[in-house]
Design a protein. Structure first.
Length: 131
């Protein structure tokens, strides 16, 4: 990643978002974190940003525009289609994993139940061990 990295976390659960950002701050001190509460907001944030994020972390179950719909829109847009999208969701369904991979997601993280487990998953992402 670039010296100053940027990520976008898209999640309607504020507690999950804050926990995620807390771990990211511990792992990557020099990182800009953008936030959105649903897929529609995510697209609006991306359109306003001069610099695109290195990663988008996308929840599946959200109001207004869910994660699948947002992922489809991201991959259809020439400006956004190359941004790596990582699904970050409570779902543990293999069907969701397969479907989002077909839609263009590069990785799938089921929201872990502990901060330690989340830290391990994010360490993998930032070190690109999932590739």
């Amino acid at each position: 990643m670039r010296k100053t990295s940027t990520i976008l976390i898209v999640d309607d659960d504020e507690d999950d978002k804050e926990m995620f950002l807390e771990i990211v701050a511990e792992l990557q001190a020099d990182i800009k974190c953008l936030k959105a509460g649903n897929g529609f907001e995510a697209l609006e944030v991306l359109k306003k940003e001069a610099l695109l994020p290195d990663f988008v972390f996308l929840d599946l179950n959200m109001p207004r525009m869910n994660g699948r719909q947002c992922l489809e829109q991201l991959k259809k847009d020439a400006n956004f289609k190359k941004i790596p999208v990582i699904i970050y969701t409570t779902s543990r369904l293999e069907e969701d994993k397969e479907q989002t991979k077909k839609l263009g997601a590069v990785h799938f993280i089921s929201k872990p139940s502990s901060l330690i487990a989340l830290r391990i998953e994010l360490e993998k992402v930032f070190s690109k061990e999932w590739i």
